[in-house]
Design a protein around this ligand. Structure first.
Ligand SMILES: [Zn+2]
Length: 138
């Protein structure tokens, strides 16, 4: 780990526990609540000792807030659908879905079967009532 990532991880770990950090003077660091100093683990204490200057710089820079970083990532919109260019996709219940999206092989098969069944039903009705074919005889 680099000094920077150690320092940022340290700041994030303390913030995750609800500790607020403030740069104090030139090289000082204030913790709210003050008891947080005593609650640090030996590792955290060592990290603070080793990287104090970097930690103060990180706190001063204010570019450590993990919540802000994560919420930015979470808010990034999902990739748009490659057919309707909407994010998220308009969905199968939308009336333009079929026009914008290609059919899967299963959908093509199901529609072909449905068309044949409809044609067959119509043919049986025509035969029952002795009606001519619906196609033109040229
Ligand atoms: Zn779509």
């Amino acid at each position: 780990m680099t000094t920077d990532s150690d320092a940022i991880a340290w700041v994030q770990a303390l913030q995750a526990r609800g500790v607020r950090l403030k740069a104090h003077g030139k090289k000082g660091l204030a913790m709210v609540p003050k008891s947080a100093y005593g609650e640090m683990s030996p590792d955290e204490r060592a990290t603070l000792k080793r990287h104090k200057a970097t930690i103060v710089a990180v706190v001063k820079g204010g570019h450590y807030a993990p919540a802000a970083v994560e919420s930015m990532a979470a808010k990034a919109p999902p990739a748009p659908c490659k057919f309707c260019y909407r994010a998220p996709c308009i969905g199968e219940s939308h009336e333009l879905y079929d026009a914008l999206h290609p059919l899967s092989e299963k959908q093509q098969f199901e529609r072909r079967i449905a068309r044949w069944e409809k044609d067959l039903r119509e043919m049986k009705i025509r035969q029952a009532y002795d009606l001519p074919s619906s196609t033109w005889d040229l």
